[in-house]
Design a protein around this ligand. Sequence first.
Ligand SMILES: [Zn+2]
Length: 309
Amino acid sequence: MRIKHYLSRIFFLLLTFSQLFYCCQNNSDKIEGLYIVTTTGHIADLVRNVAGNKVTVIPLMGAGVDPHLYKASLSDLKQLQSADLIFYNGLHLEGKMGEVFHKLSRTKKVFAVSDGILKDSLLMVDEENHIPDPHIWFDVEIWQYCLDKVCKELTKADPVNKEYYLKNTSRYREKLNGLNNFIKTQFQSIQKKERLLVTAHDAFGYYGRRYDLEVIGLQGISTLSEYGLNEITTLSRMLVSRKVKAVFVETSVSEKAIQSVIEGCKQQGHIVKIGGSLYSDALGAANTPEGTYIGMQKANLKLIIEGLK
Ligand SMILES: [Zn+2]
């Protein structure tokens, strides 16, 4: 009887503590300012640079996550439902979430950052069917149009902080201009004929166009597209004939395809190394330099320059 009594007291105490804990947790989670949900980390970083600590930003896709294949989970849908503003990339990057955004846009403020880009600046992967390349963040100059789009929508949604957002935007633009010039200067140290970037999927088209680099992806513009023996053989032959030293894998794409190409080259007596893992469609882990847009660009640049030299 006594044991039963003690047990029920302990149970009661545990219940009280857990309620207390829950209550305190809820207090500390209290959100002030706009609650903003983004798809990729690139966009979350853009919003943070404009809005600083005036808003709460939640990216749905963390490090190593492939946006082409991403499906919204139940908890994502909850986040999206409670958001004041939603920013996504658009241009079919988030291929499986198009319908979700379409539905949400009837009742919520949903914006594609790519809407800030002039049509003429977009890179077409299929001219005839007007299909643009969605990997817009790799051109630092074009990414600034997305910065403007974020700033515009934030100032509209929260006019009280307009001056703050504008000031942050112009400060971040200066940083992006510095980064853009830094990338350009670094590539000048590589001979033109050696500027060939081979990656797992075709994410670096804008990068190649801006920084004068020939770019080849084994898989197409989306990781959904298939690759076969033909693509592997053609690419291996080309790497052998051009004596390419390094190819690159990506943090958000399986290494399998690129490994087959390396094996193909080996069979033809040419050794190609993996130049490293590039951040293509996802930033690095949170709270690391690569978890920011500028840090990601610098990490990629370092690997590419070292690999091609
Ligand atoms: Zn991609």
